[in-house]
Structure formats: C-alpha cells, structure tokens
Ligand binder design. Structure first.
Ligand code: MLT
Ligand code: ZN
Length: 452
C-alpha cells in the first residue's frame, strides 16, 4: 500500500484520525475515509496520484478543514490527502513581492510572514488561523476585505498542481504578464479539488496599508445600508463594509460577553473599515447619513484594541450560532439587488416557517449575504436538516430570479452540488464535466463534489 511511497509518520488509519481528517466544519455527512496520507513534497503528491490511478483509489484533498460545504468530506472509502506536512514557506522575492508557499501553509502564517517583510496579504476571514492557503485557492476564498482587495484569485501569481493524470503542472510561475492562451491557474482556483491537488502557491503581496479605523453604525432599514455604502464610498476608500442583524448581534454578544456597541439597538448594523487618514472624510460621511435618517448612531475605534473589539461583533457571529446547527447559506446578488432580495427571502421564511429565527450577516459591500436559519431548541438536528433541504429549492429560485449565486464564497462541495443548476446553465455544467474529464480522466479527484 502507501508504505512503499511514504514513511510511517505519513500514514494514518486509526478510526479517531479518520474521523478528524475525513471531514470539515460541516455536519450531517457520512465520514468514512479508508486512510489519511500526508505528503511532504510535490514528488510525493505525484506518487500518491499515480498509486491512486493504478489502484483505482479516489482522493479527497484536505487543508485546514474549515470548509462549510462538505468539500473536504470523505464519505466513501476515499484516501484523504492532507497537506498538514507541506506547511513551509519556500521562498520570498522582494522585487516581485512574491512568496512561494506549500499548500499547507496556514493563512494567518502567510499574513504574518507578509507583515514581517513590511508587506500585506489582504485575504482575511475569521478562520484564517486554521485554514490553509491550498484550501483558500481551491475555494477562491473571499472574506472581509474583498471590497478593497478582491478574492484569493487576485493574489495568486502561480500554482504547482498535480492533475488527475499524475502530471505536475507549473501554471504561471509568478509572471505578471503572460499572454500564451488558457491560464490553467485560474481554472484550478475555485475548482474545489475536482481537477487536481494544489501543491505550491506563488502569492503576490500588497504594500502594507496604513493603520485602519473601524466604525459601527446603527441602521434602521436594509435599503439604508446601501445609501450608507454609497455615501462613504464617495468620500473614502472602504477596506470593509459588513453588516449584521440585531439577532446576530444578540447571539455574538451573549457568546463572547461583549458590550453593546451603541446605546440603543437597531434592526441592522454596518461595520466599516477605512484608512486612519480618512477620519475626517469618514466623520463627514457619518454626519450626512445621520442627517438623511439612514443612520441613528455610531462609534469609531479610538485604538487598535477597540478596532479589534468591534471586529469581534462581526467575526464572532459564525462561531456563536454554531451550537444552533444553523441551516447555512452563502448567497450573492448584485449589490443593487440586496435589499429586495433579502426582503424576498425573509418573506418566504417568515410565511413558510414562522417559528424559525433568521440570522442575517455578511459582506454586504460585495452583495454577499450569509443567511443562517437557527434550529429551534426543541427540534432534532435531523428534522431540522430535512426542513432546510426542503427549503433550499425555494430559496435558490429566489437567487436564480436575480441571477445570483447559490455560493458566493463557501463553495459548492457536497452541500450544494445538487443545486448547481440554480447558478449554472446546463450548457455550462456540460462544459464543466468535459473539463473534469480532461484533467481527471480516471475520476479520482474529489469525486462527488461540485458537479452533479
Ligand atoms: C463569515 O463571513 O463569517 C464566514 O463566511 C463564515 C460564515 O458564514 O459562517
Ligand atoms: Zn463570509
């Protein structure tokens, strides 16, 4: 078996280990891998893929296992390929502002490395302390700074990937310009491990930003959030524009014992981040919003510690509602459509499931809404999940009607695979399947994920 190509420390088969490495943060899926392997370099990844082809084994890539769509769940005797032992930063070049990482480098380690060089890796989210750069690439991770800095895709200058034929592809080795046809790098980004295993990543770093200010505003109506976004956006460069509902605030405050950010509660809150030098412009925008009645009250951070404390109100929400095993959704529409779309979904849930609590938060500045419906305490997880599944087509119809996405940033994985048609046409899905067959002719790469 794998003993011929890997050392003992690189193979795990104990039931406890299979249970840990065989899943991500999702619940409710069968977890049943046959073995977990831990390659240490690109050559070993090639050997693993060759071995899998020869022995008709299927592979599930595993990074920090923070995924929320079941993309890293191995439920059917697959081999889990963990990148935990490929966690080294290999090279840094200051002229190109390029850092080459193995796929298992933790996102926060990369952020800290960038900061040590006086530079910045701007992709950030609450799970950055556990997630790995290879997984970020596989899902094209977004997060809280997309409004200013874009997605993972925007910072990837090169990839080494082993495809489903066992070929190690070197896709754009850090070049800024490269007009030689199909850029496979971008095909692998967001492909959820269905085309190949990402082994190494060249990341372009940004210049370090100036210190940031954080503002939290009370906003009575969703539509007002967009007016606030426009008003601030016209006067300064936003690094983040997030929102959360009163219910979300209640949950995160109770979970982390945080004080109220403002004197009175409001139906919604906006959290904004921008450069410290834009304070005056920010205060001007705030006053305009108050005068217009879009904002009732606000607070701006007076120190880095207070900025971080305000961020907790937003970043801690996901963890605070996890005990409710929520029915999670990660939806996007064009920014202009957000208020009407949110109203559509609220109406549907309130009418069809009046007992369910709806917890809204997300990256409203990107049109990305996290819809989390909380399980009533008395309902079993199983019953609640079945209700969620029944709800999905109705919610995804509302997404489709606005040409939105059923997964803005968490990925399709297992969770949304059977609903892909709500965001991709039949012709597109056929092309996706064709591409999969080209890169993965033996159908060994993360089988059953993404594609129906
Ligand atoms: C977030 O924005 O907090 C993350 O995407 C996680 C989540 O949606 O629960
Ligand atoms: Zn998010």
């Amino acid at each position: 078996m794998f003993e011929n190509i890997l050392g003992d420390r690189q193979i795990k088969t104990a039931p406890d280990d299979l249970a840990v490495w065989g899943k991500d943060w999702t619940n409710g899926f069968e977890v049943a891998p046959s073995v977990v392997v831990f390659p240490e370099d690109n050559a070993q990844v090639v050997d693993i893929v060759d071995y899998a082809i020869a022995n008709e084994l299927r592979l599930v890539p595993s990074g920090g296992r923070t995924g929320l769509s079941g993309g890293a769940v191995a439920g059917n005797g697959e081999v889990v390929v963990s990148f935990d032992r490929m966690n080294r930063i290999l090279e840094f070049n200051a002229e190109d502002r390029l850092v080459t990482c193995q796929a298992g480098v933790v996102t926060q380690t990369l952020q800290e490395f960038a900061s040590d060089q006086g530079l910045f890796y701007p992709v950030d989210f609450a799970s950055a302390g556990s997630s790995q750069i290879g997984g970020n690439v596989a899902t094209n991770a977004g997060g809280i700074k997309v409004i200013r800095y874009g997605l993972t895709r925007d910072w990837i200058a090169g990839l080494r990937v082993v495809d489903g034929r066992g070929e190690l592809l070197n896709c754009n080795a850090g070049l800024v310009k490269n007009a030689t046809g199909y850029d496979f790098r971008h095909l692998f980004i967001g492909s959820e491990g269905t085309l190949g295993l990402v082994c190494e990543v060249d990341v372009r770093l940004a210049p370090a930003p100036e210190p940031q200010l954080v503002m939290v505003l009370g906003v009575p109506r969703v539509a007002d959030l967009l007016d606030v976004l426009k008003t601030f956006g016209a006067r300064l460069t936003l690094s983040a524009f997030e929102f959360f509902s009163d219910l979300a605030l209640e949950k995160v405050r109770a979970h982390r014992m945080l004080p109220m950010p403002l004197e009175d509660s409001q139906p919604f809150y906006a959290l904004l981040e921008f450069d410290g030098s834009a304070l005056e412009a920010g205060m001007g925008a705030f006053e305009s919003c108050v005068e217009a009645g879009w904002v009732t009250d606000g607070v701006v951070s007076q120190s880095e510690a207070q900025a971080q404390a305000l961020w907790q109100l937003r970043e801690g929400i996901s963890e605070s509602i996890a005990p409710y095993t929520p029915y999670k959704n990660d939806l996007s529409v064009c920014i202009r459509e957000v208020p009407d779309f949110l109203a559509d979904v609220d109406k549907f849930v309130n009418e069809s499931y009046p007992d369910f609590e709806v917890c809204w938060y997300g990256h409203i500045g990107d049109g990305n809404l996290h819809l989390n419906i909380l399980r009533p305490e008395a309902m079993s997880v199983e019953d609640f999940m079945a209700k969620g599944h029944a709800m999905s087509p109705r919610i995804f119809e509302l997404v489709k009607a606005r040409q939105g996405s059923i997964s803005a940033e968490h990925g399709v994985g297992l969770l949304k695979r059977d609903f892909l048609e709500y965001s991709k046409s039949a012709a597109e899905i056929e092309l996706m399947q064709g591409l999969k067959a080209l890169f993965d002719p033996h159908q060994i790469m993360n089988p059953g994920k993404l594609l129906p």
